[in-house]
Every structure is written in structure tokens, then in C-alpha cells.
Design a protein around this ligand. Structure first.
Ligand code: NAP
Length: 234
């Protein structure tokens, strides 16, 4: 059975993605940072291990891959956000955003790619954001990390295509998870109004597209940024 790892899969989009992949026959390992019980509950359903690792720390990521072994699909989902004016952002907060959101992607890829190249098959799907495409006021640093994920995806797709490995990313709009729990009802209503589909997204809206991308039917899709935003940015 094909083996996948979803980082940050204890809750939100990552948990929904692990379940969607499992429903399509994948055995899915569930990475988490703090939410051990929630990660175990997801892993029980997906047939994989719940594995703790801070994706920003290469040694922890290496140890995680030693536990789970090689994977055919890596979903780089773990991420953090930080709202506020750029001029109020501390250097530490700026660094942490980059450490988790893009260095975390690099760390996991470093461990996953050698086996994929050896097998001449594999897939990497990373979570960018519509803010990485269009930019967002009061989310400058976060937008920059997600823009980096997009450029990284395009470059890596060119590098790994000859080895039969597909590399894509998805760019969700506003999705109802803990990450957006700080938004007010007025914020949600405004965002829904600005969206062609007239609603905020659900984790499953993103998870189902990731699962489709992972399907063999998407075998000729690589280097793409797939918007999943209900038409927020067209
Ligand atoms: P979320 O509900 O806040 O969940 C974040 C997940 O990431 C949790 O499982 C958390 O683990 C894990 N995590 C955080 N830091 C980690 C680290 N250093 N190492 C390992 N795991 C870590 O977030 P979400 O809304 O589902 O977002 C998932 C991804 O989608 C992120 O990359 C985010 O930037 C992206 N995205 C979200 C939205 C949105 O509107 N929600 C829109 C566009 C893109 P613990 O539970 O153990 O803390």
C-alpha cells in the first residue's frame, strides 16, 4: 500500500488531508508538534504512525523519517501565521515564520527525496496560500513565506521531473480552522462576500483537491499552483 506523510496533520487542513488520502487507499503517517492526542486519533484512522517533530528542526525531521521510513507522497502542510503590521513584527517572529513555513518544507523534502529519486517515482504537495500569490495586508511576512513555497515548488518540479517525481502546491483562500479563529464574524462575512462561491472554505475543500492531485489521474500535473479559494482571487 502506498505510504504518505502529512505534516501538521493533528488538526485543520492537515488532518482533513490525511483522512481524504486514507479514504483513497493511502497509509498516512501523521506529523504534529504539540497535539499528540489529536494526532494519534487521526493516525488510528489512517493506518500510519503519529510522529512528533518540529519541521523547522532538521534533526527532528531526520529522526521522524527514521521512524516512518520512506514515503511515496509528502504533503508539506505544517505552517503558522502571524497577523499585524510589518513594522510591529519582531525579528524573532519573522524568523520563526520562515523557519516553519519554508525551511520546514526544505527539511522534509531533504529526507523524502533520496528514496523517491531511487525509485524514480514520488510526489510532493505543499501548502502555499492565496496570500503567496496576491499578498495580504497585515500578513506581509506570512505572504512572503508562501510566495517562497510557490517559487520553491516551481523550481523543484523542474529539478525532479526527470526523476519521475511530481511537485505541486495548493493555494487555499480563507479556510475555517484554528489558524483563522482570530477573525471576527464581520471579517468572515466580508471575505465570503468577496468570494465567488459566497462562502469561507472548509478543510475538506482543500483536502479533497490534494487527494485528487495525488491520484494517478494527475500524472502529468507538475510545477503548478492550484488555487482553492472559491473564486476569491480570479
Ligand atoms: P492550523 O489549524 O493552525 O494547524 C496547523 C497544523 O500545523 C497543526 O497540526 C500543528 O500541529 C502543525 N504545526 C505547526 N507548527 C508546526 C511545526 N513547527 N512542526 C510540525 N507541525 C507544526 O492550520 P491550518 O489552517 O490547517 O493550515 C494548514 C496549512 O495551510 C498551513 O501551511 C497554512 O499556512 C496553510 N493555509 C491555511 C489557510 C487557512 O485559511 N486556514 C489558508 C491558506 C493556507 P499541533 O496541533 O501539534 O500544534
Amino acid at each position: 500500500m502506498a505510504i504518505a506523510l502529512v505534516t501538521g496533520a493533528s488538526r485543520g487542513i492537515g488532518a482533513a488531508t490525511a483522512l481524504a488520502l486514507s479514504a483513497r487507499g493511502w497509509t498516512v503517517h501523521v506529523n504534529y508538534l504539540k497535539s499528540a492526542d489529536r494526532a494519534r486519533a487521526v493516525a488510528e484512522k489512517t493506518g500510519g504512525l503519529a510522529v512528533q517533530a518540529d519541521v523547522s528542526d532538521f534533526k527532528q525531521v531526520e529522526a521522524m523519517f527514521q521512524k516512518i521510513g520512506p514515503v511515496e507522497l509528502l504533503v508539506n502542510n505544517a505552517g503558522i501565521a502571524h497577523g499585524g503590521l510589518l513594522t510591529d513584527l519582531s525579528g524573532e517572529d519573522w524568523q520563526r515564520l520562515f523557519d516553519v513555513n519554508i525551511t520546514g518544507v526544505f527539511n522534509c523534502c531533504r529526507c523524502a527525496i533520496p528514496h523517491m529519486v531511487h525509485e524514480k517515482r514520488g510526489q510532493i504537495i505543499s501548502l502555499a496560500s492565496i496570500l503567496g500569490v496576491a499578498g495580504g495586508s497585515c500578513e506581509v511576512a506570512y505572504s512572503a513565506t508562501k510566495g517562497a513555497v510557490i517559487a520553491y515548488t516551481k523550481a523543484l518540479a523542474k529539478e525532479l521531473g526527470p526523476s519521475g517525481i511530481r511537485v505541486n502546491c495548493v493555494a487555499p483562500g480563507c479556510i475555517d480552522t484554528d489558524m483563522t479563529a482570530n477573525l471576527t464574524k464581520e471579517d468572515f462575512d466580508r471575505l465570503a462576500d468577496d468570494t465567488a462561491m459566497c462562502r469561507i472554505g472548509r478543510p475538506e475543500d482543500v483536502a479533497d483537491v490534494i487527494a485528487l492531485l495525488a491520484d494517478p489521474g494527475a500524472r502529468f500535473v507538475t510545477g503548478q499552483v492550484i488555487g482553492i479559494d472559491g473564486g476569491l482571487v480570479i
